[in-house]
Design a protein around this ligand. Structure first.
Ligand SMILES: *Cc1c(COP(=O)(O)O)cnc(C)c1O
Length: 394
């Protein structure tokens, strides 16, 4: 059975062009880029080219890019560096809808005695700039606001946020893992200090990412060791991964327009098709300010997990916001922060597309999904007025 892969915010297929470019670095071109000999030196030049390609996609200088192992490492490095570089400042501002790579880190920081303000969002997942303004203090070390939300695709107004935060001279970090490659980002005009991306969310493999550190920003390394990355991250470089990330960024730069036409058109076709065909369905997130590839829908009175199981039987890969932990189904923290009603929040499904999806795939899902929901609703114990959901059986 062919797989219809609509879970690209979880991870993406490695682009064939990317795979081709990285392959020799697993076999014949195995030199260490730090070596004195030319066999290693040629690998060093390839790393420089990859760095140029990443910088070019973001509109920054190559010297402002350091390679990491993943988005999580980038977020941890950025946030910890900002705090370590300003030991007198103990306050961090972030949002309730961040990825666990940020949220669980700030939870940890609270235990270490830091003060953390979590900004709320409205029903469409939007921040209130006034709440952000009011949260800033003299001892605020860092503001960390994601560029685009992985669950709903909602895009935060980073230019406006950056103006506000930088006018107070406070460091600004953005987790741009979901935004890079999907929407244009220009660090020449966007005054963020620290920005994080991850390879496997933009058609490079897992295990590589990048952190942008604006020139002049005080920086404290997370991995202390060799002089790699000009002393900012020790450890022999993941050469094939970095080559792949460079190529993926080059492809993304060339394909941004397609992302915004082909992918958006398919996403809209899916969204409109499902909303029209299935009653008691709502869109989660900002309808307008949203990634072109993401749609998060809630189907009243059904469980997201049950939908995913039936979709899986049809070969369709999607994702639900809720996580089954300790025997109870917790709706996603993002949907909870948005105040999505209980009977909807449990039945949420995220579809996230890529350049590799086809119209035929979308039409297949639009055709099958109403049957899936109908079947689940026919066996659902819930009726209008029910508020309790049963315990999770997984
Ligand atoms: C996937 C993701 C991350 C984590 O990236 P990894 O490379 O998997 O560590 C961080 N933030 C967001 C918004 C993500 O979607």
């Amino acid at each position: 059975m062919a797989v219809v892969y609509l879970d690209n915010n979880a991870t993406t297929q490695v682009a064939p062009e990317v795979f081709e470019e990285m392959a020799p670095y697993f076999s014949s071109l195995y030199g260490n880029p730090s070596s004195m000999h030319s066999f290693g030196g040629q690998v060093g030049r390839t790393l420089a080219q990859a760095r140029d390609r990443v910088a070019s996609l973001l509109g920054c200088q190559a010297s402002e890019i350091l390679f990491t192992s993943c988005g999580t490492e980038g977020d941890s490095t950025a946030i910890r560096s900002a705090l370590e570089a300003q030991p007198e400042k103990r306050h961090v501002v972030t949002t309730k809808v961040e990825h666990p790579a940020v949220l669980n880190l700030v939870n940890h920081l609270v235990k270490k005695g830091y003060h953390v303000t979590l900004l709320s969002v409205d029903g469409q997942g939007r921040l209130d700039p006034e709440e952000l303004r009011a949260s800033l203090r003299d001892d605020t070390a860092l503001v960390s606001v994601m560029y685009a939300n992985n669950e709903t695709g909602t895009v935060f107004p980073l230019p406006e946020i950056a103006d506000l935060v930088k006018s107070r001279g406070i460091l600004l970090h953005t987790d741009a893992v979901q935004a890079v490659g999907k929407i244009p980002i220009d660090l020449k005009t966007l005054p963020v200090d620290l920005l994080v991306l991850s390879g496997h969310k933009l058609h490079a493999p897992k295990g590589v990412g990048a952190l942008f550190v604006r020139k002049g920003t005080a920086f404290r390394p997370f991995l202390i060791g060799g002089h790699q990355e000009r002393g900012r991250r020790g450890g022999t470089e993941n050469v094939p991964g970095i080559v792949a990330l460079g190529k993926a960024c080059e492809l993304a730069a060339a394909g941004l327009e397609a992302e915004n036409t082909h992918v958006r058109r398919l996403r809209d076709r899916l969204e409109q098709g499902l909303l029209a065909a299935i009653p008691e369905t709502r869109l989660n997130g900002d309808p307008a300010e949203r990634l072109p590839n993401t749609v998060n829908l809630s189907f009243k009175f059904v469980e997201g997990e049950a939908i995913l199981l039936l979709l899986d039987q049809l070969g369709v890969c999607a994702s639900s916001g809720s996580a089954c932990t300790s025997g109870s189904l917790e709706p996603s923290h993002v949907l909870r922060a948005m105040g999505v009603p209980f009977t909807f929040a449990h039945g949420s499904v995220r579809f996230s597309l890529s350049r590799y999806n086809t119209e035929a795939e979308i039409d297949f899902v639009v055709r099958e999904m109403p049957k899936v929901i109908e079947r689940l609703r026919s066996i659902s114990p819930f009726t209008e007025g029910d508020h309790e959901m049963p315990a999770c059986t997984c």
